[in-house]
Design a protein around this ligand. Structure first.
Ligand SMILES: [Zn+2]
Ligand SMILES: [Zn+2]
Length: 282
């Protein structure tokens, strides 16, 4: 088995944790009497991106292949794939994922087009991991280009990114509490619950993919110290898949139309989602 194949199998294993953890979550909701129509509609809304993602799978694969091939032709060297280089590649890709994830939260146009979808659920379970924008496949690979440009095999970079993304399946759960030994080093259910919280002290925290040490290094770490409130700071209050995907984009479009100058519009596009411009006088 090649190293790339081993990483791909690891990704399959992480993806399958969905089927392992979901029954526990459903049982917990049943016991708490919160397995109602609303919670099921939220789960279905979370699962809804699966269809567009599947339909776009061919285009996404072709895009990433073309992008990574082009970058590979510009690489400064070629690094042979060995167990050691594979570990270094996963570490670099995980750091690049941190940068990507932080940009997805801190640049409003990126937030609106893509990542706000993932954070729009007011509940937190295995289906929340599926609530991702179909455009992610066209945005995130750009952030992984440095790994290809320094000479890692594009297939290894792709497998590393796949591992980092699928790793995060198991952490979208309330069924697993704090993990004393893992929480300080890895992204875990506890750390990621904080990331999905809309409480002021939790905003823009815990961006890490596999390792949470990046957050500790760059000052964005927050431990789970009490209850969290999931979802956006302004809840979308809808389970309509179209609203889930387009809500933040519509809000950005409205703000852009109300802005009174090009500079204001640029600020709205590149500054954080909390930035508000002075509305134009009508
Ligand atoms: Zn996020
Ligand atoms: Zn998440």
């Amino acid at each position: 088995m090649t190293i790339v194949t081993a990483l791909e199998w690891a990704s399959v294993v992480f993806s399958l944790t969905f089927f392992l953890l979901l029954p526990f979550e459903l049982r917990a909701r049943w016991k708490q009497r919160t397995l109602d129509g609303r919670s099921i509609r939220e789960m279905l809304a979370s699962a809804s991106p699966f269809l567009p993602t599947l339909l776009l799978a061919g285009a996404t694969t072709a895009f990433i292949t073309t992008l990574f091939r082009a970058a590979s032709s510009l690489a400064i060297t070629h690094i042979a794939t060995t167990p050691l280089s594979a570990i270094l590649c996963v570490l670099l890709c995980d750091l690049l994922f941190y940068v990507d994830h932080r940009a997805a939260h801190r640049v409003r146009s990126y937030w609106a087009v893509s990542h706000s979808v993932h954070h729009s659920s007011p509940q937190y379970d295995q289906t929340t991991a599926l609530r991702v924008s179909a455009v992610d496949g066209f945005t995130s690979p750009w952030f992984q280009l440095p790994a290809v440009l320094v000479g890692f095999d594009p297939l290894l970079v792709l497998a590393s990114l796949g591992l980092i993304v699928t790793y995060q399946q198991w952490i979208h759960t309330e069924s697993i509490g704090k993990l004393r030994w893992l929480d300080p080093i890895f992204n875990t259910p506890s750390n990621h619950r904080v990331h999905h919280s809309s409480l002021p002290e939790h905003l823009d925290k815990n961006y890490g993919g596999v390792l949470i040490v990046w957050d500790r290094l760059f000052g964005t770490y927050a431990a789970e110290t009490g209850p969290v409130v999931y979802g956006l700071t302004t809840p979308i209050e809808s389970c309509n898949p179209v609203t889930v995907h387009l809500h933040e984009l519509r809000t950005l479009w409205r703000d852009l139309r109300q802005a009174n100058s090009t500079i204001e519009r640029l600020k709205l596009l590149v500054l954080g989602p909390e930035y508000r411009s002075t509305p134009a006088r009508s």
